[in-house]
Design a protein around this ligand. Structure first.
Ligand code: PMP
Length: 351
């Protein structure tokens, strides 16, 4: 018998890290920033004229786009904004990956990529990282329908040098190459300057990590004017008003405060480097993270056991029951105090 269900677009959704309702936990599972947004955000929120909410927001998102353009000293026609970088990436998949050839991305990477590929019926191939969890550029020197690289990669935290990305671009002039730089502000190196040289490069970033605004949902992309126009045309064919009024205003204020941005990201980098030494002392092994998390395993204790024991102590980290990485924990860098508690609990668990 025919059923409407036959024609439903069935998908297995991405599973976001949990947002527990209980208080007093140490939440190190979704790579949120432990520090609040820039102080101007709090003030603007207090002074906000709620009566404006009866109006639609600016569909062009001009204020936010201008402030991003100022910060990065780049033409505003080369910038696209969306509801978190998830929205930007999803729109980019829909816009640029429309070929019969498979798009390529690593086997261990942001686990939303294969979900979008399946949702939009984009053929894809997952290219294994090498044994050190690094991307081998030569694996991307072949016929494909597009490329997505998170750099630094997640959940590994490992950075691919920019010259390697440029090699991938040189070998792939006929497809769009997306570089997802969600974590680049914690010690990575942005390929943003390369958009002047490669018309097919889209660089995606977010306010969710280094700018402490995950709850406001602000993401952005840089690309050639042509690429951004294609992306905007698809966005305006999907939903004119993706960004709400508070996000537009508060995002603009957040990116204006350079000093606060520098201060908080340097605090996180310093904490990360200290925690690396402490984890090493406890016998953990991990790559050289350039992000606000560390992806680590312990040779003598299973990832699942450590995960569960931490949870009993109200410390929540992230773990995937997936091939190659099931022994690993992805630990977000919190405040110094939170990380001290984590290290103390790990000492007990391992003793
Ligand atoms: N890319 C990567 C690699 C991520 O880890 C995340 C965070 N889950 C995102 C993109 C999306 O972040 P957001 O939508 O909050 O900007």
């Amino acid at each position: 018998m025919m059923s409407y269900e036959e024609f439903v677009r069935k998908v297995i959704p991405y599973t976001p890290g949990e947002q527990p309702k209980i208080k007093n936990i140490i939440k190190l599972n979704t790579n949120e920033n432990p520090y609040p947004p820039a102080p101007a955000v709090a003030k603007a929120l207090k002074d906000m004229d709620y009566s404006e909410f009866r109006k639609y927001p600016d569909p062009e998102c001009s204020l936010l786009v201008e402030k991003i353009a100022d910060f990065y000293n780049i033409d505003s026609k080369k910038i696209f904004v969306g509801v978190g970088s998830d929205d930007v990436l999803s729109m980019a998949f829909l816009t640029f990956f429309n070929s019969d050839k498979p798009i390529l991305f690593p086997d261990i990477t942001y686990s939303f990529y294969d979900v979008w590929a399946k949702l939009y019926r984009i053929p894809y191939e997952q290219i294994p990282l090498n044994d050190d969890f690094e991307i081998e550029p030569a694996d991307y020197f072949r016929s494909n329908g597009g490329i997505v690289i998170a750099n630094p990669n997640a959940p590994t935290g490992i950075m691919l040098p920019n010259d390697a990305i440029e090699q991938i671009l040189q070998k792939n002039p006929d497809v769009v190459v997306i570089v997802d730089e969600a974590y680049v502000d914690f010690g990575g190196e942005s390929v943003l300057p390369l958009i002047e040289k490669y018309e097919n490069l889209l660089v995606v970033q977010t306010f969710s990590k280094s700018r402490s605004m995950a709850g406001m949902r602000i993401g952005f992309a840089f690309g050639s004017e042509k690429l951004i126009k294609y992306l905007s045309d698809v966005k305006f064919s999907f939903n004119s008003y993706t960004m709400n009024q508070p996000s537009l205003l508060l995002g603009a204020l957040a990116i204006e405060d350079k000093e606060y941005f520098e201060k908080t990201r340097n605090m996180i980098i310093a904490t990360r480097e200290r925690v690396k030494l402490q984890l090493k002392e406890l016998g953990f092994v991990f790559g050289d993270s350039r992000t606000n998390f560390i992806f680590a395993k312990h040779p003598e204790k299973s990832g699942k056991e450590i995960f569960e024991k931490l949870r009993e102590k109200s410390i929540i980290v992230r773990r995937w029951d997936a091939p190659r990485i099931s022994e690993y924990l992805r630990i977000t860098i919190g405040t110094d105090e939170e990380m001290d508690t984590l290290i103390a609990e790990l000492k007990t668990i391992l003793s």
